[in-house]
Write a new protein. Sequence first.
Length: 137
Amino acid sequence: MSVMRLLALTAAALAAVACGSTSSSRPTGGASLPSRVCAVKVYFAPGAARARELVVESRLRASEHVARVTFLSKRIALRIMRKKYPALVKSLPYNPLPDALLVTPKPGDVAAVREEIRRAHYAGVDKVGRAAPPCRG
C-alpha cells in the first residue's frame, strides 16, 4: 500500500471516528460512540507515553471550560472504523490511528477550550482538531 493511500485512509478514519462522544468517560466495551455531541478532538503523537496522555486528560478535566473528556484508544478507534468502513480497514497493514481525547466544552466555551489546549503545548499532543459536529461558541 502506498504511503499516500495510507495517509488518506488515516485521515478518513480520524474524521469518522472523532465525530461523536459518549456519556462514558472511557469507552472500553462496545465499538461505537452512540451520541453525537460537540467535541474538540485532541490527537496524540504516535508512540506518546500513556503517562503523558493521562496528564493531558487530567488537566483538561480540571479546566473550567470543559464539561467532559472522553479517552478514545487507537484500538477502540480501529474497532469503530472496522464497523463503519470495513472496506477501508481491511487493506490497512497496521493500525495507523492515534490515541485521542474527545473534549466536550461547556456551552459557549468551544473557542476557549481550543485556545487553552493550543496555549498549553502539551507534550505528546500531535494535533488539535476542529470541533465536531460543528459547534457554537
